[in-house]
Design a protein around this ligand. Structure first.
Ligand code: PMP
Length: 422
């Protein structure tokens, strides 16, 4: 029943198999990009004839588009349960959001992150004026909390920021965000939550989790590519240099007598949204937020838990399969599971799932190289891009892993077919 309002595009696409047969495509790579909801597509299509220039357009459609853009911001604020005074900045995606925040962090800030983070939350802090401490991979929630506490006890009095993921893009495991935030705040550190993998699966309440900022991507939340969100406290954002310098971010620009140009920047989201914004992207995200809220996260989570249980039990029954867990078997996770298969090169395995079964998964190090190396038991992974390392013959040891991931709209048949294939 809940599948219906959350039906996704592409559910009826047929793909050719190596045998020459055709089969319905089983999209099991939601953690990279989820298919868009049909409803999001319909909402965007309904709005498309009416879109016009935003902000200072005087015409009717310009005003309509400006209203819809600002309404989309309010929808996202409600979806995230923001506090009074928090703001929503529309960005291109999570990577963009975290880089924006990194540029707004006051000089001299000490940043803390576990080395297990996705590169998008691991790397933006490596910039002049900031110092970064990477904490070793914890093997339990308690270890993570203790490691953060210890690191912060040794930190300076100055500004501090802790960046943490809500759910791992590799193992799908949930992180103890609330506990970590409590520790961080007790030591005067602010917290940014990378919710790229959490927000599509669980309700993210900024108020309840008490994080200072949250970032997510539209294309993982059942909206199309091109738009994302950074939301949270306004003070650092309003005090920072604009992320992009240009029109829309500037309130006034005046030529001075000495020939220089003086700029007064806006505060609020406009400060970091220079240039013509991605109104359709923002509208699509808002539409996805509404659809998820209406379907209800409780039901979504219950359905997903059942699918995760089916998947992990099915994989556990195959002796050659090793599922990768940071926090131990049975840890709570969203619909994201990575594994290796003894005697198989993960790239070849994934290619076979596609060619022989019409199943789309992903193999590689998933832009989380330190984490995947830890999970593979210290085996030296081949240096690579986010995608597959150089291929090797079946039978050689795993240098990378296979990731299967799903969410709203995933039919049970896809999980069944995947298990049969494995
Ligand atoms: N953080 C996590 C946990 C992710 O899974 C991803 C995407 N794989 C990102 C950040 C980056 O998101 P994007 O590519 O949309 O910028």
């Amino acid at each position: 029943e809940i599948c219906e309002p959350l039906a996704v595009l592409g559910g009826d696409v047929e793909v050719p198999l190596a045998s020459g047969e055709k089969v319905g495509y089983a999209a099991l790579d939601y953690a990279a990009s989820a298919p868009a909801l049909k409803r999001v597509w319909d909402d965007v299509a309904a709005y498309a004839p009416y879109y016009g220039s935003v902000h200072r357009g005087a015409g009717y459609l310009s005003q309509l588009s400006t209203d819809l853009f600002e309404q989309s911001r309010r929808t996202v604020a409600d979806f995230l349960d923001l506090r009074e005074g928090d703001q929503v900045v529309f960005t291109r995606a999570t990577t963009d959001s975290l880089n924006l925040l990194a540029g707004a962090v006051p000089a001299g800030t000490e940043v803390f992150a576990f080395e297990t983070e996705h590169h998008a939350s691991l790397l933006p802090w490596r910039r002049e004026g900031l110092t970064v401490s990477y904490l070793r991979a914890p093997r339990s929630h308690d270890e993570a909390v203790a490691a953060l506490e210890e690191a912060l006890l040794g930190a300076s009095e100055g500004p501090k920021l802790f960046c943490v993921t809500g759910a791992s893009n590799v193992t799908g495991e949930l992180w103890p965000v609330k506990r970590l935030t409590e520790v961080a705040h007790r030591h005067g550190a602010r917290v940014v939550l990378d919710a790229a993998q959490l927000a599509p699966h669980h309700r993210v309440s900024v108020r309840e989790l008490d994080v200072d900022w949250v970032a997510f991507s539209g294309h993982k939340l059942y909206a199309p590519f091109g738009a994302g969100v950074l939301a949270g406290r306004s003070d650092w954002l309003d005090a920072a240099e604009p992320y992009l310098a240009g029109g829309g971010a500037s309130r006034t620009v005046a030529r001075e007598l000495d020939g220089s140009v003086a700029v007064e920047w806006h505060t609020g989201p406009a400060r970091h949204e220079a240039g013509s914004p991605n109104v359709i992207g923002a509208y699509a995200i808002a539409s996805a937020c509404r659809a998820l809220d209406e379907a209800g996260f409780e039901e979504l989570e219950a359905r997903e838990r059942a699918l995760v249980a089916k998947l992990t039990e099915g994989l556990a029954a195959v002796p050659e399969v090793r599922v990768l867990n940071l926090f131990g078997e049975g840890s709570d996770r969203v619909g994201v599971v990575s594994f290796v298969v003894r005697g198989w090169n993960s790239s070849h395995f994934s290619a076979a799932l596609s060619a022989e079964y019409g199943i789309g998964v992903r193999d590689g190090l998933f832009c989380a190289h330190p984490l995947v190396r830890t999970l593979l038991g210290g085996e030296e992974a081949a240096p690579s891009e986010c995608g597959a390392p150089e291929s090797s013959l079946p039978g050689e040891r795993s240098l990378n892993a296979i990731r299967v991931s799903f969410g709203a709209g995933t039919p049970v048949e896809h999980v069944d077919r995947f298990l049969t294939a494995v």
